[in-house]
Design a protein around this ligand. Structure first.
Ligand code: TXA
Ligand code: MG
Length: 337
């Protein structure tokens, strides 16, 4: 059941109990099942089985020292996977689980070593998507799952995106529709002395601080084992540039003189622009929901440049700005000023 480059990937329907039962059988046999969550699709395997987890790394082309998040059905299961659980974890779980928050805790024996990236900590999350919940409850164990994309690429927010990258490399994908959040979970490290956000997401630092008090404000210099913290990540193949709103018109003009451009912007299309214009929502949550699908769409056009109007700064936009910065770095082109 481990990934082979020639296995055929079953398409399962998340609304059908029989299909959930099929997915459970595949997981029990050590296979790989991509599953919908409210953030992005995950590539799941039995978190307790080393060989199953090794299959995830092979299918994604992910370096072995990057740890995986273990998905569990409810906060009650935290004690099975983590030890010395601080009070803050229980408070946050009560407030935000099921939901788009991952907690890094000290690891108890139980997780496959292969999933730990050699760390003595573990990332745990209770996903809110009803299909992920149904699968976890029927399976009964933990499901280790990174985002279901090839390493370094854009995370998938629907089943078609998963198949575009992993068809033939995984045993099954469960279709659960389009992800409601669209950006990966917030990661909060509770394993050290002071809680620290390792990856911004829909659950903002302010929302976390309202429940547990002060956070360590210095996310820079975090471990490169948090791939979300690698400078180049979430990247389309097309060179991507971030351009401030006021400089967009000039940059469109400059680049259309040398190549084909697609623009992703919150502002209305310029009437004189001779390029494809994809308009994105003005609201941060709606923007985050659409971003990865629009990036894939832009990337598939085979143009010379993707130009993105820089979103506003501010805490609401932190997750979006974080992913865009990394996408620009990963696409291999220096950002314009
Ligand atoms: O929303 C999400 O978090 C999605 C869905 C599928 O749950 N998953 C996801 O997984 O984004 P992945 O592997 O693409 O990103 C998880 C991040 C990685 O950057 C990983 O290094 C970090 O979590 N991580 C996992 N365990 C960790 C640990 N013990 N310490 C520090 N970082 C950890
Ligand atoms: Mg990922």
């Amino acid at each position: 059941m481990n990934p082979r480059s020639d296995c055929s990937t079953q398409r399962l329907n998340g609304d059908k109990p029989d299909d959930i039962a099929r997915a459970v059988k595949i997981l029990q046999a050590g296979g790989l099942v991509a599953l919908p969550t409210e953030t992005v699709y995950g590539l799941g395997a039995d978190a307790a089985k080393d060989q199953a987890v090794a299959g995830i790394f092979a299918a994604k082309g992910r370096p072995a020292d990057h740890p995986l998040i273990v998905h569990i059905a409810s906060a009650n299961e935290m004690t099975r996977w983590a030890r010395d659980i601080p009070e803050a974890a229980w408070k946050l779980a009560a407030e935000f689980w099921p939901g788009p928050l991952t907690l890094i805790l000290k690891r108890a024996p139980g997780m496959a070593d292969a999933a730990s990236g050699g760390l003595d900590t573990i990332g745990l999350r209770v996903p809110g998507h009803p299909v992920a919940q149904a699968l976890l409850q029927a399976f009964g164990g933990g499901i280790a799952a990174p985002s279901a994309n090839r390493f370094g690429r854009i995370s998938p927010t629907c089943a078609e995106h998963v198949l575009a990258e992993l068809d033939g490399r995984i045993d099954a994908v469960i279709d659960g529709g389009v992800c409601s959040v669209g950006l990966e979970s917030t990661i909060l490290d509770l394993s050290g002395l002071v809680p620290r956000v390792l990856r911004p997401g829909k659950v903002t630092a302010d929302m976390l601080a309202a429940v547990i008090g002060t956070l360590d404000e210095a996310p820079s210099g975090e471990s490169s084992r948090t791939p979300g913290s690698l400078e180049a990540h979430y990247a389309p193949a097309t060179p991507l540039r971030l351009v401030p709103s006021q400089g967009l018109e000039a940059e469109v003009e400059r680049l259309t003189a040398t190549g084909v451009v697609v623009v992703l912007a919150r502002q209305e299309p310029q009437s004189n622009a001779s390029c494809r214009w994809i308009q994105l929502p003005g609201d941060a949550v709606a923007y985050g929901h659409d971003l990865y699908a629009r990036l894939r769409e832009a990337d598939a056009l085979g143009v010379n440049y993707i130009l993105i109007e820089s979103p506003p700064s501010g805490t609401d936009w932190m997750a979006v700005n974080d992913r865009l910065k990394r996408a620009a770095a990963g696409s291999g082109v220096v950002k314009s000023a």
